[in-house]
Each structure stands twice: as C-alpha cells, then as structure tokens.
Design a protein around this ligand. Structure first.
Ligand SMILES: Cc1cc2nc3c(=O)[nH]c(=O)nc-3n(C[C@H](O)[C@H](O)[C@H](O)COP(=O)(O)OP(=O)(O)OC[C@H]3O[C@@H](n4cnc5c(N)ncnc54)[C@H](O)[C@@H]3O)c2cc1C
Length: 644
C-alpha cells in the first residue's frame, strides 16, 4: 500500500487525534532526563527523575504499557552508543556497586532466565545471581501485552508466541518445561476452542489493495477456489495460472528423482520456481510474495523453493517428493519437513514461560502457585531486585563491558559494567553468561579472539513487528466472515483475530459485540537483496519509523479492509501497541546465500566458544529462532562453567 496523502480531513477520518491508549510516558520521562544529563550517561530506562529504580515503584507494570513496545524508546540507545564508540575512550570510571555475585547473566530473555535456573540447580539454591536486561520488562522477545478492555483483562503476545519448534524439544528443554509445571500435551488437549471462529462461519480471506491490484477488495475464502478467484480483482490469465498452480498436480521437473528435484529446488527461490518452472504470469508473483514473511522475514524472492515446500505453498504436489528433509534446507524448513515439535501457546505467548521461570527464581515476585495462576498474576516488579534476594533481575540495565580480570589475578573475576538510571556501574562475578544478542558481544567483550568476534558479527537478526490493536467489537469481522486476512500488498501483511485461548480464570471473548485484540504482522523487506542485507535495511527502517506513522498505517489499513463490514477506525480502535523488533528472530542461514559450512565451522559455532569464565547462551548461539534452542544454549553455557 502506498502512503495516501495525510490531509487534516483524512487524519480526522482515521481518528488520529482520538484519545486512545497509545502512549505511556513512564519511561519517556527517564529517557528524556537521561539524554539531557551529562555525557557519562548513555541511556536511562529504569529510573525516574529522582533516581528511584523505576521497577521499584508500586505502580510499575510494563506489560500494560501501550505505544511503542518491543525495542521501546530507552532500551537501545546505550547499546547503539557503545557500538558507535561513545563509551570506550570516554574515560568514564564506573560507580562501584560493591556487588559480588557467583553469576551475572546479560540478557533477561528465556535463555538468560533459563541460564540462571540451570546455574542455581547445579550450584545450589544459595548461588548469588544477577540478571541484567536493557528492556523495562523481562522475557526478551517473549513479551506480554496486557489490556483492560471493557473491565476484563485481555492478553496477547508481544513477540514469542508458541511452544512450537521445527524439532522435538530436547530432553533438557522438555524437562525444564515439566519442572515449571507446563504439560504441553495436556494443555493443548484442554484447548477445545481452536475451531471457535470457524464454528461462527469465519475463515480466511485475502485483501487485495488498490495500489497493488487496482481495487480495494476483501475476498473471503482460499485462492484454490474458482469462486474465490472470480471475485478477485485479477486478470483472466492470472486467475487461470493460480488455479493451475493451486489445484493441478503437475510435475514441473519431469525425469528427475526425488533427491535430484530437492537438490534443484534448494538452489532456486520460490519466486524463480513460479516464474521459470511453473511459468506463471509475472502478475501472479505479488499474490505470493509475502507468504513467507512471517516465518523468514523476507519474501519469496529470498527463500528457496525447497524450504517453502514443507509449509504447504502450492506447486509441489505433482513433483512427488519423498517425505522428509534433505541437504541444503534451512533449519526451520528441514525440521518441519521431518515433523516438528508439539504445539501450544499461552494467551500471552511464551511470556508465561518467562513468568514461570521468574516464579521459580524469585517466588515472592509472582503471586500464585500454578501455571494457570502465572497467566493472570500481576507480577510484583518491586521484588525482582532486592538486596536480600539470591537471584536479582535488574531491568533497564544495558551491559556495556564484560571483561575478565586478566592473567595473574586470582581468583579470576568478571567485571560487568552497565548503564542504568543516570549511572554507569560495575558489578563483579565469578562467572558470566552472555544470553544477549550475538552481534552485541564483540562490543561488550573486545578481549575475544578476532575470529570469534567476526563470527559473532555474521548473523543478522530478522526485523519484524507484531502490532496489537484493541477494538471495541469485532462485528465487522463477523459480518465479512473472516478471522484471518492475508494482505499481499499491505503495510502489515496479515491481520488476525486473537486466537481463543482459555486457561484457568482467563477467558477469551466470544461475542462479536465484545472488545477484542487484533494482531497485525509487518516484516520490512527489500526484495532483490540477500537475506542479511534485507534484514539490515529493514532494521534501519524500523528504528526510524515513528509511532505516528505506524498508527496512521494501521488505521488506514484496517479501515480499508473492514470498512465494508461497518468498521470505523476512528470509532472502533481503542488502543494500539506496536511491538517493534529490529533485532528479532535469530538468523538461521539461508541455502540461497550462505556457504555450506563444515561442522564446527558455522559462525554460530565459532561465535559461542567459551572465553574463560564467560560463556555464551541465547538463540543466536544455536542459529535457531526458537524457545527450545534458547533453553538448550543456556544449558550448554552453564555446563561449560560448572560441568555437566
Ligand atoms: C516477534 C517474534 C516472534 C517469535 N515467535 C516465536 C515462537 O512462536 N516460538 C518460538 O519458539 N520462538 C519464537 N521467537 C524466537 C525467540 O527469539 C526465541 O524463542 C526466544 O524467545 C529467544 O530467547 P533469547 O533469550 O535467546 O533471546 P531474547 O528473547 O532476544 O533475549 C535476549 C535479551 O538480552 C537483551 N540484551 C541484549 N544486549 C544486552 C545488553 N548489552 N545488556 C543487557 N541486555 C541485553 C535483549 O534486549 C533481550 O531482552 C520469536 C521471536 C520474535 C522476535
């Protein structure tokens, strides 16, 4: 969708000035104060102007914040200043906290929390652990968005959604879930509501937008149906090619064995497969271009034909490919070709897992005792970082330097310098696990060997946005008969009603007259470039897009899609949260662009080498963007420190 002219009349019609919940200034104050402060302050989420740690204020409850979340203002400035050289060479002497720990973990995502869990299990309950995270909430990507709508709590994930991985959970990761009380099979079986929207007659649809397809039109149903295609604003030739692609089991690689076909498909993009082998009209491409956005963060120009095959994209039925993975498949595709793991998601996604980990580390911070309790609990953030606690979680704290005390000193300690509030502080530990993002580590630890630093720089995380919009009702969805909408030319490429997920005392809305949350996904892509270059461009785009721009795009897009069902963006939108993740999924390598690494030679394997008392966890260290990978890497990193 191109940007329509923003006349005052248009902005009024979209409701841009309406008093919805879109911004919270709780941390904006801190950031503004920090940035106005003397140069030794690099950033300051986590404090108010009088210097009390924000997380210790009674009202502190980041899951309920709206506006720009994910990489929110105040969470990344210090890291970017470090990258740009503003810290090293500034001559700053950090303030001594006088704190000495057994372990400091950098990064409070699932991997960092799991590392603390494993370390404590191994070293004993008395182990003193500090977890630092730059965000105003724990969980990393596994972030919770909480809304009060019509007097009821409604939850949705701000990032990591599900217990769902390309491979079965390892014994370590499965045992951790079990120890937290998460019985995935039982929870999934109890979710009897998966077909709720379908039971109301709601299903998928595609929104064809005027700028891409010549007319704004929502068509209910699937591309494989002739009735659907008849209503779509597409030429006869395009309809014919789509129907052939979707329904005719043609062998587009006759004469080759299954193995030879897979090898060939691994070397061409799905786009080229459609154009060169299926020989579709080029105008078919825009309809499929963004079908890979959610999984890969790039379009079909940058994903191999073989990798999309396990995801059910059309064109493969007549090829009679043998089931199962093949060489030169990406991690995700290969895993799903072989079956994948179990599937379940909490109403707030894997933020519930982060909560359960925190509950096990600092029980007094999380009211209740069951998994169900953790879903609805109001966390007491003031208890996360108490001097008397053996495990402490310090939010709004960006690590700037992690260094060992050097040869000759005994015992070897790790100095961790971090920025928080209006200060730069140092704390010390016997061990350190870096459960943060790979690309940050060379800046934190210049002591690492050059080869390792180079390897850590290789992976470029996938940028993406999960936008969550609160609506006063969903009558328009019901009237139009849709619950999930693909928007091939849209700013956001998908729109869906929050899935029904009841658990414990938490209940999802059932009536179209009730308020609801809607998820929209955007992945900024630059077709024609390599995957990593597209991610670099997308990251820059996300960091420079204002909330007002997002809001206008959201209102415009929802208004155009749902308007024919009676939706009015100015009237029906009551809150917006944009979860912006410029550094999103871990990079998993792409057979179209990356070399076939020898075992042990891939950048993530070189990058995660132990450096004395410092080890490296996080999902980047597995080159796998999944919760089980984050847990497994935490386990490995702790085992490297303490033995198995
Ligand atoms: C939008 C989105 C959806 C996803 N959906 C799924 C899903 O459905 N299922 C699934 O299994 N996985 C999903 N993932 C992948 C997800 O990344 C992993 O599952 C997992 O949550 C990663 O955990 P982690 O601890 O390795 O990394 P993160 O969650 O990224 O945590 C690392 C933390 O370290 C912090 N940090 C970085 N540098 C510093 C520093 N210098 N000082 C202090 N802190 C620092 C980061 O800000 C972050 O908070 C999704 C990811 C995204 C972005």
């Amino acid at each position: 969708m191109t940007r329509a002219r923003s006349s005052p009349e248009r902005l009024r019609r979209l409701g841009m000035g309406r008093p919805i919940t879109r911004r919270d200034f709780i941390d904006g104050i801190a950031v503004a104060a920090a940035l106005a402060a003397p140069s030794r302050t690099l950033a300051a989420v986590g404090a108010d102007v009088v210097g009390t740690a924000a997380q210790d204020r009674p009202s502190y409850y980041p899951p309920a914040l709206k506006g720009m979340r994910g990489s929110h203002p105040g969470s990344f400035e210090a890291a970017h200043a470090l990258r740009d050289g503003a810290f090293r060479g500034s001559g700053t002497t950090p303030d001594e906290t006088g704190e000495q720990y057994d372990l400091i973990v950098v990064g409070g995502g699932i991997s960092g929390l799991a590392a603390a869990y494993f370390y404590r299990s191994k070293a004993g309950a008395g182990a003193r652990i500090l977890i630092l995270d730059n965000h105003d909430d724990f969980g990393g990507h596994a972030k919770r968005n909480e809304f009060q709508l019509g007097g009821k709590i409604q939850l949705i994930n701000g990032g990591t959604l599900g217990i769902d991985s390309p491979r079965p959970y390892s014994p370590v990761a499965a045992a951790l879930l079990a120890a937290l009380g998460v019985d995935v099979v039982a929870l999934a079986a109890r979710l009897a509501d998966r077909g709720f929207y379908a039971s109301l007659g709601l299903g998928p649809g595609i929104f064809f937008d005027k700028d891409t397809f010549g007319a704004d039109r929502l068509v209910k149903g699937k591309l494989s149906s002739p009735e659907f295609l008849e209503q779509a604003p597409l030429s006869e030739a395009v309809r014919r090619d789509i129907l052939r692609l979707e329904t005719e089991p043609i062998d587009y690689l006759p004469g080759l064995s299954s193995g030879e076909k897979k090898a060939r498909l691994s070397r061409i993009s799905y786009r080229d497969f459609l154009l060169d082998l299926v020989k579709v009209d080029p105008s078919v491409i825009p309809i499929y271009q963004s079908r890979t956005h959610g999984e890969w963060g790039v379009g079909i120009d940058a994903v191999s034909a073989l990798d999309v095959w396990p995801f059910g994209l059309p064109g493969f039925e007549g090829l009679n490919l043998d089931p199962g993975s093949a060489p030169r498949m990406g991690y995700t595709a290969a895993g799903y070709a072989d079956g994948g793991s179990y599937k379940f998601h909490f109403p707030d996604g894997n933020a519930s897992i982060a909560r359960l980990l925190v509950s096990s580390l600092i029980p007094q911070a999380v009211p209740g005792s069951t998994v169900e309790d953790a879903v609805t609990a109001r966390i007491d953030y003031g208890r996360l970082d108490r001097p008397e606690g053996t495990t402490r979680i310090r939010l709004g704290s960006t690590a700037l330097s992690v260094a060992t005390s050097g040869p000759g000193s005994s015992p070897v300690v790790v100095d961790v310098v971090y920025s928080r509030m209006h200060q730069i502080c140092v704390a010390r530990a016997q061990h350190c696990v870096l459960a943060c993002w790979n690309m940050m580590i060379p800046y934190l630890c210049p002591q690492l060997p050059d080869r390792q630093k180079e390897a850590l720089h290789y992976q470029v995380k996938v940028p993406l946005v999960y936008t969550n919009v609160a609506l006063s009702n969903w009558r328009a969805f019901a009237a139009l008969g849709v619950s999930v909408i693909h928007c091939p030319g849209g700013y956001h490429s998908s729109v869906l009603l929050n899935p029904v997920t009841d658990i414990g005392s938490y209940h999802s809305p059932r009536s179209p007259n009730e308020a609801i949350l809607v998820r929209m996904v955007r992945t900024p892509c630059y077709p024609g470039m390599s995957e990593r270059d597209q991610h670099r461009m997308g990251r820059a785009e996300l960091l420079t897009t204002s909330f007002a721009t997002f809001e206008e795009k959201i209102r415009d897009q929802l208004g155009r899609i749902l308007g024919p069902g009676g939706f009015d963006p100015a009237r029906d939108i009551t809150a917006i949260t944009v979860n912006r993740w410029p550094h999103g999924y871990a990079y998993e390598y792409n057979p179209l662009f990356d070399p076939d690494w020898q075992k042990g030679e891939a950048p993530h394997e070189i990058g995660r080498s132990r450096f004395g008392p410092i080890t490296i966890a996080n999902s980047d260290a597995a080159a796998a963007a999944y919760t089980d990978a984050a847990i497994d890497q935490a386990h490995r990193a702790v085992a490297e420190l303490l033995g198995r």
